[in-house]
Design a binder for this molecule. Structure first.
Ligand code: AMP
Ligand code: MG
Length: 543
C-alpha cells in the first residue's frame, strides 16, 4: 500500500492529484474545512498543533490497521497545522480502493479514528474580533513549541483557571486535611466561666485570714454558685468553675488542712484563675475560611461544638507514571532501568491534603497508554486532578500532551521558562485539572510546589501559596542561566530573620537534595552570583 503523509503550515492545494495506485480503482477524497462556529462561538480561525513524528507514525499505523479489514490500495493524508482560517481546509485525505464503496468505508473509519488516536489537536479558536492582531502575534505552530510562560504568568494562569469545588458538611473526624469553607466564630466567651487552674482552695481575693473554714467542694464538672465570705474557702479541683467573682485560688501545696479547717502557709502572687473570655470573646473569628484543618484547628472547632464544619470535598487524584525504564522500588533495576521515586514523592507531597490517590503505570507509547487507561476502566468523571509523570517534553516518545488532549483537557500551557521543570503541561476540562510533570524527581518537586499546590489550594478553596522573603545565608554562585531557577534550599528562622541555605544539586535528576529541602529559592534569570545576606523570594516546600 502506498501511503503519503504530510503535516504542513501552508494552505492545502485546491487540486491534489490521486496517487498512481488509485488509477486502477476508485479515488475518494475528503476535505475538512474550518467552520465559522466553534463551541457556539463565532470564530475567525482555528490553531492546530501536532507532535509531528508521533502524528505521522499514528496516521500510518491507523491506515495499516484499517486496511487489514477493507483493502486499501493507497492513501494520501495532508494535515495543515498552525492557524487555519475559517473556510480553509485543515485536512485532506485521499484514499484509493478497488471499489467506490470500500473507499468510502475506509475514509469514514479513518476520519473517525484520526480525531481520537492521532496527536494533532486544536490548540485554540481565534475569535472574530481582533483576530488579525492575534494571528499576527501567534507563532507558526508546526514544528515550533508554543513559547514558554514565565513563572508568574503560569501561576496566574493556574490560579485563574482552577475553580473551588463545592463545599460540603462532614463530621469533624472526617475533616483533617480539608479546607474550612466558613469562618467559625466563638459562639460564647472562652473559657465560658471563671475556673481554677490549680487543685486548691478558693478564697476571697482580698481575704487576709490565715485560718479559714472549708464550706464546700467543687469538682471540675460541678457548678455551685455561692457568695463566699471572709474566712470561708471552697475546695476546688483544676478546671472547676468558681462559685463567685473576686476570688483567688491558693494551691493545696501551700495549705495545711485539718478536717474542715485550713491554714494558709503562703499565698502565690497570681490568682490561679482562668477568667471567662480570657482566651477569646464571643463573636471573635476562631478559624477563618480558607484554612486547612489540622489537629489544632479541629480541636478548636470541637471546643465550640462545630461538629459538622463546612469543608472542601476530598480531592480525587489519579497519578500516572510513564517510562519503560521505570521499575518498582521493590525491584533491582537492570542496566538502563531506574526505580520509581516519583510515585512516593507525589503521594508524600499530597499527604497534608485530604485526597484519595490512585496510582498506575502506563506503557511508553500513546496507543498502548490509551489501551492501558481503557483497560483500567478509567473514568475521568471519577477524578478532580490528573497527574502524569514524564513524557511531558517534545521527544519522540513524549505523549503526555496528546494523552491529556485525548482525555478531553484543553491545554493552557505546555512549557514554563524555568529550571528545573520547563516542560510542564497544564490543562483543564470543566472543573477538572491536569498536569503533565517532567519526569525528573527534582522537576516534580519544583512543579508540585508552584503549580500543583496552587491548583490544590484553589480547588479546595484554600489561600493560595505565595512567595515569602528571606536572606541568603551563604553565597550562591552558579553558571548564568537564561531561565529563572527554583533552587532547592533549607529555610530556618534564626536571630529573628528568615535565613535561606541553598543546597547543592547536580541536575534535575538529583534526588539527594530533596531529603533536606524545605524551600525553593527564586533565583532570577541571568544572575551571575548572589552574595550572602541578599534578600530573595522563596516558596516554602515542606510538603
Ligand atoms: P521524561 O520526562 O519522561 O523524559 O523523563 C525524564 C527523566 O525522569 C528520565 O531520566 C526518567 O527516567 C526520569 N523519570 C521518569 N519517571 C520517573 C519516576 N517515576 N521516578 C524516577 N525518575 C523518573
Ligand atoms: Mg519518559
Amino acid at each position: 500500500m502506498e501511503i503519503t503523509i504530510q503535516l504542513t503550515p501552508s494552505p492545502i492545494a485546491e487540486k491534489i492529484p490521486p496517487l498512481a495506485a488509485g488509477a486502477a480503482g476508485a479515488w475518494v477524497e475528503f476535505r475538512g474545512v474550518v467552520r465559522g462556529v466553534e463551541n457556539g462561538e463565532n470564530i475567525s480561525a482555528l490553531e492546530y498543533e501536532a507532535y509531528p513524528e508521533m502524528a505521522i507514525r499514528e496516521i500510518r499505523r491507523l491506515l495499516e490497521n484499517i486496511s487489514t479489514r477493507q483493502p486499501c490500495l493507497a492513501a494520501r493524508v495532508i494535515h495543515r497545522t498552525g492557524i487555519v482560517p475559517v473556510g480553509a481546509a485543515a485536512i485532506y485525505t485521499g484514499i484509493a480502493a478497488k471499489h467506490r464503496a470500500e473507499g468510502f468505508a475506509l475514509l469514514a473509519e479513518f476520519m473517525d479514528r484520526l480525531k481520537q488516536d492521532v496527536p494533532i489537536w486544536k490548540r485554540r479558536a481565534l475569535p472574530v474580533e481582533n483576530s488579525e492582531a492575534r494571528i499576527q502575534k501567534s507563532e507558526p505552530a508546526i514544528g515550533h513549541r508554543p513559547s514558554a510562560m514565565q513563572l508568574d504568568e503560569a501561576m496566574a494562569a493556574i490560579n485563574s483557571r482552577c475553580q473551588p469545588l463545592p463545599p460540603m458538611r462532614v463530621a469533624l473526624e472526617e475533616s483533617f486535611g480539608r479546607v474550612l469553607r466558613e469562618t467559625v466564630c466563638a459562639p460564647e466567651d472562652l473559657p465560658p466561666f471563671d475556673c481554677s487552674t490549680r487543685d486548691g482552695f478558693a478564697i476571697l481575693a482580698d481575704d487576709a485570714s490565715a485560718n479559714l473554714q472549708v464550706v464546700d467542694t467543687i469538682h471540675a464538672a460541678g457548678w455551685q454558685p455561692r457568695q463566699l465570705q471572709s474566712g470561708e474557702s471552697v475546695r476546688v479541683a483544676t478546671g472547676a468553675p468558681l462559685p463567685c467573682g473576686d476570688l483567688r485560688v491558693v494551691m493545696q501545696e501551700n495549705v495545711e488542712r485539718h478536717g474542715d479547717q485550713i491554714k494558709i502557709l503562703k499565698r502565690e502572687a497570681g490568682l490561679n484563675i482562668r477568667s471567662r473570655g480570657e482566651d477569646v470573646k464571643a463573636g471573635v473569628p476562631l478559624v477563618k475560611t480558607g484554612s486547612r484543618l489540622n489537629a489544632g484547628k479541629s480541636a478548636l472547632l470541637a471546643t465550640v461544638g462545630r461538629v459538622q464544619p463546612l469543608v472542601s470535598p476530598r480531592l480525587r487524584v489519579v497519578h500516572f507514571t510513564t517510562g519503560d525504564e521505570i521499575v518498582s522500588p521493590h525491584q533491582t533495576p537492570k542496566p538502563g532501568q531506574i526505580r520509581d521515586s516519583n510515585s512516593i514523592l507525589i503521594r508524600g507531597l499530597l499527604g497534608k491534603t485530604a485526597c484519595d490517590v490512585t496510582q498506575r503505570h502506563l506503557p511508553e507509547n500513546f496507543a498502548p497508554a490509551q489501551a492501558a487507561i481503557s483497560a483500567f476502566r478509567f473514568s475521568l468523571s471519577a477524578f478532580d486532578l490528573v497527574l502524569v509523570s514524564g513524557g511531558a517534553s517534545v521527544g519522540d516518545k513524549d505523549f503526555t500532551r496528546p494523552l491529556l488532549e485525548w482525555l478531553g483537557f484543553e491545554i493552557i500551557f505546555s512549557q514554563v521558562d524555568l529550571r528545573p521543570g520547563r516542560p510542564l503541561i497544564f490543562g483543564v476540562n470543566g472543573n477538572r485539572v491536569a498536569f503533565g510533570l517532567p519526569g525528573n524527581p527534582l522537576s516534580h518537586f519544583a512543579c508540585f510546589h508552584f503549580a500543583v499546590a496552587m491548583a490544590l489550594a484553589k480547588m479546595s478553596g484554600e489561600t493560595t501559596p505565595a512567595f515569602l522573603r528571606g536572606k541568603l545565608a551563604a553565597e550562591l554562585a552558579d553558571a548564568r542561566c537564561p531561565r529563572e531557577t527554583l533552587w532547592p534550599a533549607r529555610w530556618e528562622i534564626s536571630g529573628g530573620e528568615i535565613r535561606l541555605h541553598p543546597l547543592p544539586w547536580a541536575s534535575s535528576g538529583d534526588v539527594t537534595c530533596l531529603a533536606a529541602a524545605n524551600a525553593l529559592l527564586r533565583v532570577p534569570a541571568n544572575y551571575a552570583s548572589l552574595v550572602a545576606g541578599m534578600e530573595l523570594d522563596f516558596l516554602p516546600a515542606d510538603g
